[in-house]
Design a binder for this molecule. Structure first.
Ligand code: ADP
Ligand code: ZN
Ligand code: ZN
Length: 724
């Protein structure tokens, strides 16, 4: 028999399977970890296939040295998923491997996945330990309790005595076979009585398929998820639930722990590598049966999945942007189908893409249109900042927001002030008339690049002169946007001198526990104002927050991205959802320089459907996804000449593809990336926009053009989240 293996090293040269002979007496299966000779070294490898014949020259083929475990580390489902991902996302087997196998058992490190127990053998007699004092003590200890962890035994009595007893058969070793963790289904801490729309939602999830749970903020989606998971557990199956990292707050985690107790494994970023591995091991052995975590939890080594849930479906963090690049949704869909389980994705603001799928019937739509506590959603007031300027107020805060904050302070309540600071780039806008520069060819906003003082289109690379006067009204009040959290805190503090003002952003939360500290301080302080970035937008349930101020809603609108409007709508809805969550009524002050943009009208009315319709129409007309596909191929290398030459080489091949599919390919060009250099690597890219009717065939041909022995590293992305 022969084994095809992948060598555990992520380099291009090793991106293929190598065949080895399996000695007759050796017992291995697919997914086993083995030792093999490689060149002059002995390395760890993973068996991906077993077969009767190999095309390798019999005189050259080497033999597997030994298996490292007696069970597969990569389970059959995961092997298939690896292959699926390589194909779907154009990845290498060696680079996806790290998603499936923790570093603790990669790179040649040998780590036990199961606990070994020592027991006295049935035919043990005191005769066997005569004249060996230590061995007698070991026997005594084992007689008292039925079994002792082998590692503990060695620690207490020393390696040699234990080994001697194993060798002569006095002690037998049992590998732990974890029993499936029992689940009583009774650990319902709060005893929430489900409302009708929750009941309907739970009943609607029946059988395999993708379900979109569209529920307003506070509609009680979390309770629906938990009940669905409970149901699956009582049926003896397992579950995965994904939430964005920033929603995995201590509050949320303790809710899950309270509900599922020891059945749960929480995979979050503040775990150390060792702790992470422990959780992985608990899932692998079947001790833990529910994996809750951010993106990478989708690779939880659970079998018999009964459901997969993705909360906050619209979140960008579900798309991995570093190597290996993948879309978590596609991975989840594969696993759900493999297990015959439902995939439930939930959001108050689903992506345009998934809602379109729901419209076509590919995804089943479930709606929860009201808040669980029966309260109205907070009223959103659109505040025209242009008007403020005309009235002589050119500061950060509108008169209305200051008045409302004063009210909050008087009533000893709480407020959240949100600013949007995602992305490196900035926009230029006329503060007089609201004019914003757009690309002539693409109908997306241009992005201002400080280093060369130019405006650029992130989709076609076209450059424009930066403006010092507004082409629309002639005003010179055309400037860059964006203020920081620090400045907001300073200015607020000068107005509200005695009020506690807290700040939450990347700077204040970088230390471990920083996050938690700020939140718990906010929780007990009244009145108080919390100023923050994206981090305060979701997952928080503060009863006394009655006001939310959004300083610069426009920021998200002006990113040079066809999804800008969608992002803006999502953000407003999420942030607004923080206000008025309990008995006190909430209000949202939304400041904008373009108050007449359609997104604000729909967002202020919580009219997702209206927004979707408008957006769908616009995208159809401009032929942007989901009605087309954008492919970006990013080349990077430390030598600029190398990238440029290799890009050219690839581009010449691509020209032939374009000729062949002239009707399908709308646009194709090569350019410097908007960020020219990252970590000393020069970056160039090809951007292609094409119609959908060509199927995956064109994508495959395009990808082929990037293959070959290139020095540059090449990233291939479909509908990338960022073009920078
Ligand atoms: P979502 O995730 O949809 O934004 P949550 O799951 O956070 O909403 O629920 C909002 C609040 O409503 C929570 O405090 C939750 O405990 C509460 N809640 C959920 N379901 C019910 C119910 N059936 N009756 C009363 N309160 C509920
Ligand atoms: Zn103007
Ligand atoms: Zn353009």
């Amino acid at each position: 028999m022969f084994a095809s293996v992948i060598i555990d090293q992520d380099t291009k040269a090793l991106n293929k399977v190598f065949d080895y002979r399996v000695p007759d007496e050796m017992k291995i299966e697919k997914g086993f970890r083995v030792l093999v000779p490689f060149g002059s070294r002995t390395v760890q490898a993973f068996v991906v296939e077993l077969k009767d014949f190999s095309s390798v020259d019999p005189s050259k083929i080497k033999s597997v040295i030994a298996p490292l475990d007696d069970y597969p580390i990569i389970k059959p489902e995961m092997l298939e998923l690896m292959n699926f991902m390589c194909k779907k996302f154009h990845l290498r087997l060696t680079s996806v491997l790290k998603l499936f196998v923790p570093s603790e058992i990669r790179e040649g490190k040998v780590s036990e996945l199961f606990i070994k127990w020592a027991k006295l053998s049935e035919n043990f007699s005191d005769e066997q330990t005569k004249r060996a004092k230590v061995q007698q003590k070991i026997a005594e200890a084992l007689k008292k309790t039925e079994k002792i962890k082998l590692s503990d035994l060695k620690k207490e009595f020393g390696q040699s005595a234990v080994k001697a007893m194993i060798d002569k058969g006095s002690i037998i070793i049992e590998r732990e076979r974890q029993l499936r963790a029992p689940y009583s289904g009774q650990i319902d801490d709060k005893k929430i009585v489900l409302n009708d729309s929750q009941k309907r939602a739970i009943d609607a999830v029946a059988g395999q398929g993708v379900y979109l749970l569209h529920g307003v903020t506070g509609s009680g989606k979390t309770e629906v998820y938990m009940r669905l998971i409970s149901k699956v557990l009582t049926e003896g199956k397992n579950a995965i639930m994904l939430v964005p990292e920033i929603s995995l707050t201590p509050q949320v985690m303790s809710n899950f722990k309270a509900r599922f107790g020891g059945s749960i494994a929480l995979l979050h970023s503040s775990l150390s590598a060792g702790e992470r591995f422990d959780e992985w091991r608990r899932l692998f052995s079947g001790e833990a049966r529910v994996a809750v975590g951010a993106r990478s939890a989708i690779f939880a080594p659970l079998e018999r999945l009964g459901i997969i849930i993705i909360d906050e479906q619209h979140e960008q963090s579900y798309i991995s942007e570093s190597n290996p690049r993948y879309d978590t949704f596609d991975v989840a869909k594969f696993r759900a189908e493999f297990n015959g389980a439902p995939l439930v994705v939930g959001s108050a603001t689903p992506s345009v893409d998934i809602y379109e799928q729901a419209k076509c019937g590919e995804v089943k739509l479930i709606e929860m249109p009201t808040r669980a506590n029966g309260k109205e959603l907070p009223k959103i007031q659109i505040i025209d900042m242009m008007n403020e300027i005309r009235m002589g107020n050119s500061g950060i805060f509108s008169t209305q927001l200051i008045a409302d904050l004063a009210n909050v302070v008087n009533e000893k309540k709480q407020a959240m002030i949100f600013i949007n600071r995602r992305g490196f780039s900035s926009f230029m806008m006329c503060r007089e008339c609201g004019y914003l520069a757009k690309c002539n060819d693409c109908d997306v906003n241009l992005v201002y690049h400080r280093e060369d003082n130019r405006l650029k289109c992130h989709y076609c690379g076209k450059q424009y002169k930066a403006l010092d006067r507004c082409p629309n009204c002639g005003s010179d009040k055309i400037k860059q946007g964006a203020v920081g959290t620090e400045r907001i805190v300073t200015e607020l503090q000068s107005i509200f001198k005695d009020v506690k003002i807290l700040r939450m952003d990347n700077d204040t939360t970088s230390r471990k526990g920083g996050h938690e500290k700020i939140l718990s301080e906010f929780r007990i302080t009244k009145p108080a104002i919390l100023v923050g970035t994206q981090m305060i937008a979701k997952g928080h349930d503060f009863e006394d927050v009655t006001l939310v101020g959004i300083i610069d809603a426009d920021q998200s609108l002006y990113r040079g991205d066809y999804r800008s409007t969608e992002r803006c709508f999502q953000l407003i809805t999420q942030v607004s959802g923080r206000a008025g969550r309990s008995k006190f009524e909430g209000k949202v002050d939304l400041q904008t320089y373009s108050p007449r943009h359609y997104v604000y009208k729909f967002a202020a009315n919580y009219d997702y459907k209206g927004f979707f319709k408008k957006e769908e129409n616009l995208r159809k007309t401009a032929v942007f996804p989901p009605f087309s596909k954008i492919i970006r191929i990013l080349f990077s290398h430390c030598d600029e000449n190398v990238v440029r030459d290799e890009l050219k080489l690839c581009y010449n091949k691509l020209l032939k593809v374009r000729e062949k599919y002239f009707d399908q390919i709308i646009y194709m060009d090569a350019m410097k990336s908007p960020i020219k250099r990252i970590k000393n690597s020069y970056r160039y890219q090809v951007v292609i926009r094409m119609k959908l009717d060509g199927g995956d065939e064109i994508e495959e041909e395009i990808f082929k053009c990037t293959e070959g022995n290139l020095k540059s590293s090449v990233f291939f992305e479909v509908n990338p989240e960022s073009m920078s």
